[in-house]
Design a protein around this ligand. Structure first.
Ligand SMILES: [Zn+2]
Length: 634
């Protein structure tokens, strides 16, 4: 669902270890002058707005473009000051108090300020504020990266480690991560190797940019007669541009491709769409991808890792590529029998509808849907009638409050960046302790980020005086606002997504970490989604689904138990094939990043049929342009 551009950018940042959130350090002792500057900003704001400030929050709300620039400058100056301070500590005098503590406190202090500069890019109603925020992101990104390359600071931290001062487990883990951050950015390399690293990373940046630009600039499309689109829903046909009253234009974007692959009865159309989708800037981007893989490998070798996969995995739960291979191969083997039985069902269906022709990747989604139609009568349009937005939200709140012993209460009259934004406090139900806050910015509007996500605005952690800084989250979504007063109805997949996002909120708010660095959402990337995936199961149990639903014209009429069962069975159908496809993508990623030179096309030719039970890969498709994962358009 996420934009390819955003996704690729995030991936690249994460791989290079410059994830902005992961690097935002906070400041220990805040310079009085700077504090005054911030208070001045607030004082000025409070004259214009009578709404109350949020106790315990350092998040700045509704900053103007110039305030974002000022705050960015302050953050950079403050962190430079603390880094200089740490660097000035004589090696033989390095202690937790003069080396580690200032960096810990800097991180806690700085995080909500950094987020104050960054989140407006996604939600602000003013174009100049969004631009200022995007600019701030670039500035801060490169500043934090420069900080993590500082050899003078690294040397003092290492001196502290070598002294072996006693500390608790969480502090030890913090120091280990800190040292790793510096080393992964080359702080311990010789000057010539540092220069080489610089060269490689700037080439990686350049090529990544080109790759994304190529895709974003691609406007490939196909033209079809309506008869070639037999089976497509009316709604879809109506959304297509009609060229000279004769042909319908389908832009080769993933949402259109998914829809055609799932609904179109004409095998030749599905095949043409699938093949053309992978051809978009195919050769050009394939060359870039091969170069990128080689450069990443060189970076990893320079930093002392056997290959890029091991470098990327070091900071995740899996730790090594050997473990990942073992895990993927084990899953794949165990899925083979189930997936073969599922594939045979699909092949039989195709034979009945289209006669004897080779079964391809372009047939999977279509025949899965056909099989489901035959197995049970599930009308997703009807299901949608049971999910009015407000009711779903209240239901999700009830489920999460009951599960985790929490109380959500709306706080009115608090400043926000748009009138539709709501704020909730979260308390422990038994002690009434305030645990945190979350903002909801759920309705679509012009200029707003177009996907659903959760951002941490402030991290929960312990302050130097022992008090707890409370966590604050922001949920961004894209529900259409109904202007005629009728309720917004959610598709079932949107209900699942919304619950999933709220599990991130609860996770963020319930964390009890001492360090901002380990707070809430800042986990190993391969663990982060696990709580959400686990809790999504509540969307497939009839008693909890009934808590989130009600017929929109009479909300006392809850969704039928049989319908709930069908939704669950639908999720589980063809799970073998769906997982095999995921395994294939993961294996390709692992293999190409485990050695210096891999012929990607040859790899696909060999690996695709091996994992996908003999189904050949769609010609021209390359790893980043494989068919969209099997999911549902409706
Ligand atoms: Zn998630």
């Amino acid at each position: 669902m996420a934009k390819e551009k955003e996704k690729e950018k995030e991936k690249e940042k994460e791989k290079r270890g410059i994830n902005l959130l992961a690097l935002t350090g906070g400041a220990a002792l805040v310079a009085v002058a700077v504090n005054l500057a911030i208070s001045a900003i607030n004082a000025k704001k409070s004259k214009n707005h009578k709404k109350k400030d949020l106790p315990g929050s350092s998040v700045r709300i509704k900053l103007s473009a110039s305030e974002i620039h000022k705050l960015t400058d302050h953050i950079i100056a403050k962190s430079k000051e603390i880094y200089d301070l740490v660097a000035s500590v004589p090696i033989e005098k390095a202690t937790y108090l003069n080396v580690i503590a200032p960096l810990v406190e800097l991180e806690a202090y700085q995080f909500p300020l950094v987020q104050s500069c960054l989140y407006p890019k996604m939600v602000s109603t003013c174009d100049d504020v969004r631009k200022a925020s995007a600019y701030a992101e670039k500035e801060l990104d490169s500043h934090f990266l420069a900080c993590r390359k500082r050899e003078d600071v690294y040397r003092v931290i290492k001196a502290f480690v070598e002294r072996g001062e006693k500390s608790d487990l969480e502090s030890k883990h913090f120091v280990r991560c800190l040292v790793k951050d510096f080393e992964r950015n080359g702080a311990n390399l010789t000057l010539s190797k540092k220069e080489e690293l610089e060269r490689l990373t700037s080439q990686i940046d350049e090529l990544t940019f080109q790759y994304i630009n190529n895709l974003n600039g691609d406007n490939s499309f196909l033209l079809f007669h309506e008869s070639e689109l037999d089976g497509m829903p009316r709604e879809f046909i109506k959304s297509l541009e009609d060229i000279e009253g004769r042909k319908l234009k389908i832009a080769l974007k993933s949402y259109n491709v998914s829809a055609v692959l799932e609904h179109c009865k004409i095998g030749a159309t599905r095949k043409l769409v699938a093949t053309s989708y992978g051809k978009r800037r195919g050769k050009e981007n394939l060359d870039i991808l091969e170069k990128l893989v080689q450069l990443r490998h060189k970076v990893a070798r320079l930093l002392g890792y056997p290959n890029y996969a091991d470098f990327a995995l070091e900071s995740r739960m899996a730790r090594t590529s050997a473990k990942v291979f073992e895990f993927l191969e084990d899953i794949s083997d165990n899925l083979t029998d189930l997936a073969t039985r599922e594939l045979n069902i699909l092949k039989d269906l195709k034979r009945k509808e289209e006669g004897d022709s080779q079964f391809g990747m372009e047939d999977i989604a279509y025949y899965m849907r056909r099989a489901e139609e035959q197995q049970f009568d599930l009308d997703l349009g009807e299901v949608k009638q049971y999910f009015p937005f407000d009711l779903v939200l209240t239901g999700i709140f009830r489920i999460l409050q009951d599960l985790f012993g929490l109380r959500f209460e709306e706080t009115k009259d608090v400043e926000a960046w748009h009138e539709s934004v709501r704020l909730f406090s979260v308390r422990d139900i038994s002690s009434s302790e305030l645990l945190g806050y979350f903002y909801l910015d759920l309705f679509s509007r012009e200029g707003k980020y177009t996907h659903t996500c959760v951002l941490a605005l402030q991290n929960g952690c312990l302050s130097p005086n022992g008090t707890r800084q409370i966590p604050i989250a922001l949920v961004i979504s894209q529900c259409p606002k109904q202007i005629d007063g009728s309720p917004t109805l959610l598709r079932f997949t949107e209900v699942v997504t919304l619950l999933h996002e709220f599990t991130h909120v609860v996770h963020h708010i319930c964390n009890r970490a001492s360090f901002s660095r380990f707070s809430g959402l800042r986990l190993e990337a391969d663990f982060c989604e696990i709580p959400g995936r686990l809790l999504e199961n509540w969307c497939y149990e009839s008693f909890s689904l009934k808590m989130m639903s009600g017929f929109h014209q009479d909300i006392t009429k809850s969704i039928a138990t049989e319908l709930c069962r069908s939704l669950k069975r639908r999720r589980d159908m063809f799970s073998g094939i769906k997982l095999k496809q995921e395994v294939l993508l993961c294996l390709i990623d692992q293999i190409i990043h485990s050695s210096e030179n891999v012929d990607i096309v040859e790899l696909l030719k060999h690996l695709h049929p091996k994992i996908m039970l003999g189904i050949p890969f769609v010609r021209w498709n390359q790893p980043s342009l494989m068919l969209p994962s099997i999911r549902y358009w409706l």
